[in-house]
Design a protein around this ligand. Structure first.
Ligand code: G16
Length: 549
């Protein structure tokens, strides 16, 4: 009887949120992402899956984030967060896709019932969900559809609305809620602020106040988080927020933000025209729409040209820094901690070369935080960054235990251990986080006594170009080998290989985006002209093969 009541409630809710015809949804790189108007039915169904996942895990708290991050404002999206604060277990992505694509209420009920059996979910188990959204105007309606899904289960589901916040803060709240030891931090936005600020203050010590920092918030929810964290640490680092117009229609990610800066390889016009960075040495950074990415930049001190310090530059500086800190900690034998870096095919060839020439192990994986995160967990201290600025540093549980148990042999080693532990608190252990990554960069620069130009001096990026190509059907492009090679359309890879061979230090690859309706083409070479030529050739090849199939 209980079961029938539940199915009736789900059917009633589902009728309110019918699936639009002729839309095929896929749980992609970062969940479902498309025009917000196409998403209400998806949100209702994601709620059902979130509840199933939580019940399957005996009531562990699952997160739901409503955001389309770097995408344009009319888009929105939704993704699930697992109890550890990581992305949804990839084995469950297909279940999400299956529910989202059921054409009718009847088929939804039938798929739901099949999943309950197939996944061995005991519906009598409790369920617990925390959810949040970014500042997109479509957010409130989508949250309503999500809540309708929870309501179908009645009081057996405990829900907590974290409100309008950044994606990484939601991940933090999920991780902290599930941490029964209570040592990870309070499971609230304020808990996040306190933990992050305390660690930052420990790391800066008497090195403050630091030089001013200009932060482009992409007119997104990062502006709110920045205001909050500034209340705690504004006296150690003068922060100047820019692009904070979270309620201005059309402003989100438009002509600003991390994706704009990385793709255009230029300052946001708002930063340029106001001359914020004109004083030599001044640093700026850009978040994306939900503040899970960050890139830095400054103007060349004599030439005044734009210099980008992207995810690769962050990874290299941070990995080298942690390598030094581990050496200073003098942890010997089995206790010695190994630092490694995880990148994707988008990593600039120079960054990979720099790391490997300094004996820092580098792993290359497919795009998407879930891939990087898991690879990074294999190191004691795993640094992972996508070139686009999405990344973090993971400390393995054993590494943390080693640091806590260590018996320092000198004041220097005691300090290094203290700092490593403070960094592990500062850095979001669940996912890439613009706010905490910003403070990580600032703390490392402060410890090294570096200006942006010192950081930049390590290696010179190979000139590169990233292009979005709109094609009728991006699913015909299938990549392999950490997305460095195409297996479909047949023959295209051989053509790309020929194009690469014609260019000095040429490297190019093609992959379908998992968040936007496009194919991405990346090319790098010894000179900007050659990088552009290579990109153009490969774009032409992609367009031709798209027309032929
Ligand atoms: C998301 C993912 C990132 C990925 C980016 C672009 O970022 O979390 O891992 O690099 O999309 O992915 P794709 O090339 O497949 O479109 P965000 O910041 O939009 O959530």
């Amino acid at each position: 009887h209980e079961h029938a009541v539940l199915l009736n409630a789900i059917a009633d809710g589902a009728n309110e949120y019918p699936k639009p015809e002729h839309v095929n949804y896929t749980y992609g790189t970062a969940g479902f992402r498309t025009l917000a108007t196409k998403l209400p039915s998806v949100l209702f169904r994601v709620a059902l899956l979130a509840v199933l996942r939580s019940k399957r895990l005996e009531g562990a708290t699952i997160g739901v984030m409503v955001t389309a991050s770097h995408n344009p404002e009319p888009d929105n999206g939704v993704k699930l967060v697992d109890p550890s604060g990581e992305m949804l277990d990839p084995n469950w992505e297909n279940h999400a896709t299956a529910l989202a694509n059921c054409p009718t209420t009847e088929s939804l009920i039938s798929t739901f019932t099949t999943l309950v059996t197939h996944l061995r979910v005991d519906l009598h188990q409790p369920a617990s969900i925390v959810y949040a959204r970014d500042t997109r105007p479509s957010g409130p309606d989508l949250i309503q559809a999500l809540e309708a899904g929870f309501k179908a289960f009645g009081a057996s589901v405990k829900i907590v609305d974290v409100g309008v916040t950044t994606t990484p803060i939601l991940h933090y709240v999920v991780k902290a809620t599930n941490d029964k030891s209570g040592s990870y931090g309070k499971p609230t936005v304020e808990g996040y602020m306190e933990k992050t600020a305390t660690a930052f203050k420990t790391l800066i010590g008497s090195k403050g106040p630091l030089a001013p920092l200009y932060v482009d918030c992409a007119n997104g929810v990062g502006a709110n988080a920045l205001t909050e964290i500034t209340k705690h640490i504004g006296d150690i680092i003068p922060i100047h927020p820019i692009n904070t117009a979270t309620t201005t229609p059309g402003a989100l990610n438009s002509q600003c933000g991390a994706d704009f800066v990385k793709t255009k390889q230029a300052l946001p016009p708002s930063v340029q025209s106001a001359g914020y960075l004109s004083k030599p040495g001044t640093r700026g950074c850009s978040y994306d729409g939900d503040a899970d990415r960050i890139v830095y930049y400054y103007l060349h001190e004599t030439k005044g040209t734009f210099r980008l310090l992207d995810g690769d530059k962050i990874a290299v500086m941070v990995a080298m820094f942690f390598g030094d800190l581990v050496a200073k900690a003098k942890l010997e034998g089995d206790n010695k901690l190994k630092v490694g870096v995880v990148q994707t095919a988008y990593a600039n060839g120079s960054s990979t070369k720099y790391l490997t020439s300094r004996n820092i192990p580098v792993t290359c994986v497919s795009t998407g935080v879930k891939h990087l995160h898991h690879a990074a967990q294999r190191y004691d201290i795993g640094v992972y960054f996508e070139a686009n600025g999405h990344g973090t540093v993971l400390f393995s549980p054993q590494a943390l235990q080693t640091l806590r148990d260590a018996q320092p042999t000198s004041p220097d080693s005691a300090n290094a251990i203290k700092h490593l532990l403070a960094f592990s608190d500062l850095i979001n252990q669940a996912v890439g986080d613009a706010v905490s990554d910003m403070l990580l960069v600032e703390a490392v620069l402060a410890h090294k006594g570096w200006r942006a130009s010192d950081w930049d001096a390590g290696y010179e990026d190979l000139p590169n170009r990233l292009v979005k190509v709109e094609v009728p059907d991006r699913s015909i492009f299938v990549a392999t080998d950490a997305e460095r090679k195409l297996v479909h359309p047949v023959g295209l890879q051989a053509e790309i290989d020929k194009a690469m061979a014609k260019v000095e230090m040429g490297r190019s690859f093609v992959r379908p985006s998992g968040t936007e309706d496009c194919v991405r083409v990346y090319a790098e070479a010894n000179s900007q002209v050659e990088a552009e030529t290579l990109a153009k050739t490969v774009v032409d090849l992609v367009e031709q093969s798209s027309q032929m199939s």
